[in-house]
Design a protein around this ligand. Structure first.
Ligand SMILES: Nc1nc2c(ncn2[C@@H]2O[C@H](COP(=O)(O)OP(=O)(O)OP(=O)(O)O)[C@@H](O)[C@H]2O)c(=O)[nH]1
Ligand SMILES: [Mg+2]
Length: 329
């Protein structure tokens, strides 16, 4: 599940990449895997003092400049989601740059899908379901509608996935600024929302300075600058939700762990993520919602209250469910 950092030259992609890596020496040619901050994991770790702690992770790739050149486009197609960095530290023109980027994505998708439609025509498959779907996508693209706005079902998205349309990928627009930025972000934020994208602001340069300070000095530096939370945590958490993943949790004295699974996954699929044996021998999933455990961090007491669920294999796992899989093989 890679997230591509895209944007026009000098927008600050690499600065953001280095800040995410916590080091200006990180190699921008390689994907970077970062932990997703999760206060639930922190709480469970405090509670159990386990031998190991595993957070969910996301990985970022820094697209080379120009971001939408041939190599950049190939990397973009491999990505599951796109972070578009807009330069608000030196140039501004946020809405215009956002529009231009969207236009490039749309043009790229038009070219690929038109080729496919022609091919299907040649093979006399104009009546096929695939043809109808691609034709619908092309109609939208020619009206400059990015495919993420098309409301395609999960099945339709899967059918389109061989062509990896870039405008179908979830998008997060990040205005990268220093201090107040060159220009006001209200319009760009609204344009992003209209494009079906998330919108965030960050000061990548500041974040990079911050992560190179000793840990003890960071929060003082942040509050001196008038910030309360690290922008990186916001970016990582939103990137994670952009992927349409939820986390279920497992806990105990050995390990506390957050497991990413696609939203809508069942208890059986969650079990299979942990180990194939757990799916094969699945009996039941014991479920404690995190909020319930947070309130009363005592399994025995929760069982007595009847607050612990026992669910079958079709149960749809919710974000923050603490699971224990009962199985026999
Ligand atoms: N003041 C300030 N400068 C920044 C910020 N982000 C990036 N810069 C500066 O802008 C210039 C370009 O930043 P990079 O991170 O290299 O941008 P890039 O998008 O990777 O650029 P290319 O890969 O060359 O297209 C560098 O001189 C950075 O130091 C920021 O948030 N604040
Ligand atoms: Mg760069």
């Amino acid at each position: 599940m890679k997230i591509a950092l895209a944007g026009f030259p000098r927008c600050g992609r690499s600065t953001l990449f280095h800040a995410l890596a916590g080091s200006s020496r990180a190699d921008t040619a390689k994907p970077l895997t970062v932990k997703v901050p999760d206060p639930r994991v922190d709480f469970l770790t405090e509670h159990w003092h386990p031998k190991s702690v595993v957070n969910a992770t996301v990985s970022f790739t820094d697209l080379p400049s120009p971001a939408y050149g041939v190599r950049g486009m190939a990397l973009l197609r491999e990505a599951s989601a796109v972070v578009l960095v807009l330069d608000n530290h030196t140039t501004g023109h946020l809405e215009e740059n956002l529009r231009n980027s969207e236009a490039e994505l749309i043009l790229g998708d038009l070219a690929i899908l038109e080729k496919r439609r022609d091919r299907l025509r040649k093979e006399s498959k104009s009546g096929s379901r695939e043809f109808v779907l691609i034709d619908r996508a092309l109609t939208l693209l020619s009206q400059e509608v990015p495919l993420r706005k098309a409301g395609f079902s999960r099945n339709e998205q899967t059918e389109l996935s061989p062509y990896a349309p870039a405008s179908l990928k979830p998008l997060m627009v990040v205005s990268n600024r220093s201090g107040q930025g060159i220009e006001d972000e209200t319009g760009a934020g609204m344009a992003a929302e209209a494009a079906g994208a998330a919108f965030l602001t960050i000061d990548a340069g500041l974040e990079l300075e911050l992560c190179e300070l000793p840990e003890g000095e960071r929060s003082e530096f942040l509050s001196d600058m008038g910030y309360s939370d690290s922008g990186l945590s916001r970016i990582i958490r939103s990137a994670y939700s952009l992927l349409d993943l939820v986390s279920f949790l497992t806990m105990g004295p050995d390990e506390v762990r957050a497991w990413p699974i696609p939203a809508g996954s069942t208890a059986l699929e969650a079990a299979g993520t942990i180990h194939s044996d757990l799916a094969r021998g699945f009996i039941r999933a014991q479920v404690i919602p995190y909020a319930v455990f947070r309130e009363t961090p005592d399994e025995a007491a929760l069982k007595k209250k009847g607050a612990v669920g026992l669910e079958g294999k079709d149960y749809v796992v919710k974000d923050g469910d603490i699971l224990e899989i009962r199985f026999s093989v």
